[in-house]
Design a protein around this ligand. Structure first.
Ligand SMILES: Cc1cc2nc3c(=O)[nH]c(=O)nc-3n(C[C@H](O)[C@H](O)[C@H](O)COP(=O)(O)OP(=O)(O)OC[C@H]3O[C@@H](n4cnc5c(N)ncnc54)[C@H](O)[C@@H]3O)c2cc1C
Length: 484
């Protein structure tokens, strides 16, 4: 493999060939020090700045706590974390842009690309930590568990078999995968949290709640993927899943005093974390508050109650939010509020909070916590998206075909008209332009692309830097230029 580096200040161009061992993990140190394998002589480069690791036929970049940090495709690379590197990725180290060139690629570098590298290397990809070396995994369903009337757990094994805590697929409790499906001939993707724990690595489980049509809008079709999984996906069937992703996760070095708060199917990532804690950790202290409408909606009820009974450091509190009065329920009722939280977890300020559910639920929990001066630097959340009734992408035809603006894709130089009703991703799909995407609800960040000019708007509040755009939920206001 060739490593090339261009110094955009001095114009220096360096190149070296590195031979990585096929069988064993091998590495190439990059830095100022003469013992490094690729020496970048500049005061902005640390003595040992980072390394490229070759393992299981994949390359990773790791920043070794350098003084000025490293950027991959223009995004900061967290220290000591491994990031999958592929052809076309650019690593910014001090004044240098470092590129890898694999044997099969013989094209010479285009000097324009190098000179404009600050903008050019902002690739379409999100950084992928070394949680998986496989781009996607084929899994087969070996068991389906009815958790409640409208929720099923699908137990999956990889084809060919792998352990789900190996370098091929290494997830942290709380992460999710994107299911890559074809339903009625149309490709469709949806994210689902992994509800199993890597401490039980022989299968991978996702737990899916059936989504019905919005209340009072029965003319709208019910949730496409959740219903397809419930009705059509059977034991023995296969599907494609993405590598694990998401930074809502609990791992070794995390806080040991925990407060989990979930509603409905939002229990799934917290179930994975709970299983992990019970299997691997002795000194945790967990208070788990779980809101559901009725007793019949409690997912994982038996196992949660079993864990709470077995582990004295695991306190489970279920509260019912449904309007119907249930004579057989002596526990908490109603929405989580300040009084309830202070009573259930008097020491809640000492705990790290992990909260999961719909956007509306997260907002209400945040309000309660902020009201009680909870230290929000210990707050983590996963949104399962907007409440039902918000139009999901690709499920209904565009009705308003008046032109709203134009999106220009800087790499392919293609221009696409966007209709008033349409997101950038929908417009691109209409014109068969292949853009990356994941959840289609502005949550997972997979569709994020660099925006060079123009103004866009979102129907709801989405977190995105000004010079990037979440194409799955963004609509153009005028002519917008983005990468892709
Ligand atoms: C990170 C993450 C993890 C997740 N993990 C889980 C999990 O573990 N378990 C789980 O069950 N879910 C999970 N979800 C939610 C999941 O991804 C899906 O959003 C959910 O299953 C619904 O998808 P669907 O295809 O069934 O519904 P969709 O087809 O997307 O429909 C959603 C809603 O929109 C309504 N609708 C359809 N058409 C229209 C229209 N034209 N106008 C207005 N409304 C319309 C539908 O009736 C439905 O109520 C997760 C989401 C995220 C972001």
């Amino acid at each position: 493999m060739k490593l090339k580096a261009f110094n955009h200040v001095t114009g220096d161009f360096l190149e070296t060939t590195i031979v990585f061992e096929e069988q064993n993990p091998s590495k190439c140190l990059i830095g100022r020090h003469p013992n490094c394998d690729f020496i970048l002589n500049s005061p902005e480069v640390s003595r040992v700045h980072g390394l490229i690791l070759y393992q299981h036929q994949a390359y990773y970049y790791i920043d070794l706590a350098s003084t000025d940090g490293s950027r991959i495709n223009n995004k900061p690379a967290a220290v000591n974390e491994s990031f999958l590197i592929e052809t076309g990725d650019g690593i910014r180290i001090g004044d240098f842009f470092v590129f890898m060139e694999f044997e099969e690629i013989s094209a010479e570098y285009d000097s324009d690309i190098l000179l404009n590298s600050e903008t050019q290397i902002a690739s379409t990809k999100t950084l992928i930590p070394q949680q998986s070396q496989q781009k996607e995994t084929i899994v087969k369903c070996i068991k389906i568990i009815d958790e409640t009337e409208d929720t099923k757990t699908f137990c999956l094994v990889a084809q060919p078999p792998i352990l789900f805590n190996s370098t091929s697929f290494n997830y942290k409790p709380g992460q999710f995968v994107i299911l890559d499906l074809e339903i009625e001939g149309k490709p469709i993707k949806r994210p689902y949290s992994i509800s199993s724990s890597p401490s039980r690595p022989y299968n991978l489980e996702i737990t899916v709640k059936r989504v019905s049509s919005p209340v009072n809008q029965s003319e709208l079709s019910p949730g496409l993927v959740s219903n397809w999984l419930h009705d059509s996906f059977k034991v023995g069937d296969k599907l494609k899943i993405s590598p694990p992703m998401g930074d809502f996760n609990y791992f070794e070095n995390s806080h040991k005093k925990l407060l989990f708060i979930s509603a409905g199917s939002g229990v799934t990532p917290l179930m994975s974390m709970s299983r992990w804690l019970c299997d691997t950790t002795s000194d945790f202290s967990l208070i788990f508050i779980y809101s559901v409408r009725t007793q019949q909606d409690i997912i994982f009820r038996e196992e949660l109650e079993f864990m709470a009974a077995k582990y004295s450091n695991f306190k489970l509190v279920i509260n019912l939010t449904g309007k119907e009065f249930d004579l057989n329920w002596s526990g908490y009722r109603g929405r989580l509020n300040e009084t309830m939280l202070s009573e259930i977890a008097p020491d809640f300020r000492e705990r790290a909070a992990y909260v999961c559910g719909s956007e509306g639920f997260l907002e209400s929990v945040q309000t309660v916590l902020k009201e009680l001066n909870f230290p929000m630097n210990k707050y983590h959340q996963e949104s399962f998206g907007l409440s039902s009734g918000i139009k999901p992408a690709f499920t209904s035809p565009i009705t308003d075909t008046s032109q709203k603006g134009v999106v220009v894709f800087s790499n392919s130089k293609r221009e696409v008209v966007c209709y008033a009703d349409e997101t950038i991703l929908e417009a691109a799909q209409r014109e068969a332009i292949d853009l990356p995407y994941g959840c289609q609800m502005g949550v997972c960040g997979r569709c994020k692309l660099r925006k060079f000019s123009g103004s866009i708007s979102y129907d709801n509040d989405f977190e995105c830097e000004d010079d990037y755009v979440l194409t799955c939920v963004a609509k153009v206001n005028e002519t917008v230029t983005i990468e892709g």
